[in-house]
Design a protein around this ligand. Sequence first.
Ligand code: GAL
Ligand code: CA
Length: 346
Amino acid sequence: MKRKKIWALGAVLCLGMQLLACGKRQTAGEEKIHVGVTYYNQSDTFLNQLILCLRERFEEMEQEGFEITITVRDAAGSQKTQDDQVKELLDAGCNVLCVNLVDRADPSEIIDLARENDVPIIFFNREPVAGDMMQWDGLYYVGADAKQSGVMQGELARDVIKENSSIDRNKDGKIQYVVLEGEPGHQDAIIRTENAVDTLKANGIELEKLECGIANWNRAQAQNRMMQMVSQYQNKIELVLANNDDMALGARDAYEKLNFTESALPVIFGIDGTDVGLLAVAEEKLSGTVYNDKEGQALAMAKLTIALVTGKGMEDIPFVNEKYVYLTYYKVTMDNIGDYLKQDEE
Ligand code: GAL
Ligand code: CA
């Protein structure tokens, strides 16, 4: 609506002054893009890499002639801080917001602020519940399908287990496993776990769950949880399913700290394909990971940002249910790790 008014004003000026220059690109700051980004916590490895990608995409778009300013804020794990940041970003004149919610169940304050200012929001990575997404038509989400990543992790584990009978170390025909889970209430925690486990079962792998420990995506917390589990189950653990790479690496850290020999370790799987995660796959420290396409997510966010401000290019965005963009995941193993390491260097 705002944009229409600006256009109308431009048209009136144009007629009145009979200037040919009118109606060209610089019309009333039409293409000045000021993006305000806030994310839940700067200690998160995957999010930091995603934000870096987003900055790079916007830099490329600047080279294509768009005038872009990007302001990034770390909410440091506090929803209240994030609400204040959104207020500040709106006061500073942002015309699009990219919000990675601290509490994905509590976006109402942010939605109200954005609506009052008629500034659209692109939520990303931490998906608001469907009911909240319906609160206003200026709300979008860019992320990935949690279920797909869980299924893929299960398939990776199935392949390794089927190829390698020594993984069933005690030869009881079952795979004793533990799970390292992300934040409770996060769409990528429980859904990944359920689907990885269900996929293994559906593929005829007999499982015995020993324990599920919450480690909030965090490597150090995962190391702690894993130390406890190893002290309890000793060498009984044959498989570790971690909801992300950092926690998978935390599990690895625990075994290294306890001086386990390589052959006594369980197989460990992560999700994300962060730089450290990919390196660990290349070094055979992790048996596989699932690539969380941060480049694709960043590009979708950047394109949507431009489309929302300029009103052009909206039809090129592959929306599901008019508001959602889901990027696909990819399986990464020793066999194709080269493609991913290279991609990361570029
Ligand atoms: C997930 C990712 C985790 C963590 C989390 C934060 O998609 O796999 O590593 O970054 O998002 O919301
Ligand atoms: Ca076994």
